[in-house]
Design a protein around this ligand. Structure first.
Ligand SMILES: [Zn+2]
Length: 199
């Protein structure tokens, strides 16, 4: 009943996070009804994502000519303090507070079991290598900026063990964020004070 083009659109979009087959179908019809110009602008926006690269050190996005993002290539940032975050959106929230001036590592979304994927282990190795190279094997501090949830606590204690030899202090964000809350959805003041009052 449906044209192949719509079926193909649904097959791709229904697999995206928080979009199921029903939303993908509705989206397809909404786009078709919004006209060719709108479809063309979405096509260009999606196509542009193809040019975005991941930083070879912290794994944040960039479009620089080298392999490092703007944060990692910023010489004015503190080289002795590293912050491990789960998601790009967490990094953006923390940057917005202006309370952190160190370096980052995006570890990727963690699981309830605390088991890391192969690519996440590789990212940890990258952090260890960076610390070996830039901090003679031991940074002043690694902040584990994970959400204050049960799985966040579990993952933080596992990461703390793995990184124990690589920093004098391993800390977590202060308990400003409500227990069970998420970094991404915290307001700037709360997040800023949880960075200042890290423990
Ligand atoms: Zn970077």
């Amino acid at each position: 009943m449906l044209p192949e083009q719509i079926k193909k659109f649904i097959a791709v979009f229904e697999k995206l996070p928080s979009i199921g087959p029903r939303q993908a179908t509705r989206l397809a019809f909404r786009l078709i009804n919004s006209g060719k110009e709108k479809i063309r602008s979405i096509k260009e926006a999606v196509d542009g994502l193809d040019k975005v690269k991941l930083c070879s050190r912290c794994f944040f996005v960039h479009t620089n000519s080298g392999s490092l993002c703007s944060l990692c290539s910023d010489a004015s940032r503190d080289n002795d303090v590293y912050m491990v975050v789960e998601k790009e959106t967490d990094l953006i929230s923390i940057e917005r507070t202006g309370s952190f001036h160190g370096r980052y590592l995006i570890i990727g979304e963690l699981t309830r079991s605390g088991a890391l994927e192969v690519w996440q282990k590789a990212r940890l190795t990258t952090l260890k290598n960076t610390i070996t190279k830039n901090n003679k094997g031991k940074a002043k501090e690694i902040i584990l900026a994970l959400n204050p949830t049960t799985y966040g606590d579990l993952n933080a204690s596992l990461l703390a063990k793995t990184l124990a030899d690589y920093a004098t202090n391993i800390t977590r964000l202060g308990r400003g964020i409500p227990t069970g809350g998420e970094i991404e959805f915290s307001d700037i003041d709360t997040l800023s004070s949880s960075i200042t009052r890290r423990q």
